[in-house]
Design a protein around this ligand. Structure first.
Ligand code: NAD
Length: 287
């Protein structure tokens, strides 16, 4: 039997609808428009694509969205100064740092600078600490997208063997903690993992975020498993995920496609998080 292909766009629409209802309630109560700023550093075509998709989604539901754009050679100091200005600007309810950023700038320093109440990505150390102890008030957008897929597919997490191939701060580490907090047996694999297949072949749920096109073939996957493909690689025909769909399709149960899988849900989750930061600010100031 061929695997079920999850419709990421459909799940994204449901999340955006919920977010829109929430936004409407807050707007009715406080009569202030949600207003967020994205910081973009350098020229990266995938950043432009994400910005475009997010701006479109913001416009659709009535969030004001603006960008601060910097060239590749901007100093870390300059970005930190701009973030501090946004932190103290009462008109701004959320700050989003667009990845990737140039190597000479420390993402950790920038996330540390972003006010934890305005942190749309949920990657400020205070918010990451909350995620660690199971306080889910703001969850990093891509890990949240993975949780939403499992939720909408009514997939039981407790007791499952879940393998994540990625150990970055924005994807693998927070996701592993979130799944562990839901009582999964979670393994994190990465470029230094020896005998990767020994782990992945036991995964009831395999989450891959490598960025190498079609690397995951049928010999990596367990019969009847669920694969969530977070990876994105650009090529002349568009974008490709980490999983070789034709190779795995008759062995597994469910899979998220690329494009049309995790990507649109991540955008919808960033909208959801924008509303969370908007609510933080309104309730904090008790307008
Ligand atoms: P990253 O470069 O920080 O992480 C890549 C991870 O893959 C690392 O943990 C690395 O150790 C691992 N890896 C690399 N080669 C490997 C190999 N041969 N075997 C095993 N592990 C290997 O990147 P990131 O920012 O975490 O993003 C990862 C991927 O996910 C990228 O393709 C990115 O475009 C994609 N991404 C997608 C979304 C989305 O919404 N769909 C969001 C964020 C990132």
């Amino acid at each position: 039997m061929t695997a079920k292909i999850i419709d990421g766009r459909k799940i994204a629409e449901i999340i955006k609808k919920e977010a829109s209802n929430e936004l409407e309630k807050l707007y009715t109560k406080y009569n202030i428009k949600a207003n967020i700023t994205t910081i973009k550093i350098g020229n990266n075509p995938s950043s432009d694509l994400y910005l475009k998709l997010r701006d479109k989604a913001c416009k659709e539901i009535g969030i004001l969205s603006n960008h601060l754009e910097f060239s590749d050679d901007v100093t870390e100091r300059e970005i930190i100064r701009s973030i501090k200005k946004l932190n103290s600007d009462e008109r701004i309810h959320g700050i989003l740092l667009q990845f990737p950023i140039p190597d000479h700038i420390s993402a950790n320093k920038l996330f540390k600078t972003i006010d934890s109440n305005k942190d749309i990505e949920g990657l400020n150390p205070y918010n990451i600490g909350k995620t660690l102890i199971g306080d889910n008030s703001i969850i990093p957008c891509t890990p949240l997208a993975v949780l939403k897929i499992l939720e909408y597919e009514k997939e039981k997490i407790e007791g499952k063997n879940i393998v994540i191939i990625n150990h970055s701060n924005i994807v693998g580490k927070p996701l592993a903690i979130l799944l562990l907090n839901r009582n999964a047996t979670t393994s994190i694999c990465h470029i230094f993992t020896k005998n990767l297949k020994d782990y992945t072949i036991k995964a009831d749920i395999l989450i891959t975020a490598i960025g190498i096109p079609n690397m995951i073939t049928k010999d990596f996957v367990k019969e009847g498993s669920f694969i969530i493909d977070v990876g994105i690689s650009k090529n002349k025909n568009g974008i490709t995920g980490d999983v070789d769909f034709n190779s795995v399709k008759d062995k597994i149960n469910k899979i998220t496609p690329v494009p049309g899988g995790v990507g649109p849900i991540t955008v919808a989750c960033s909208i959801k998080n924008m509303i969370q930061t908007y609510r933080n600010l309104l309730e904090l100031k008790n307008y």
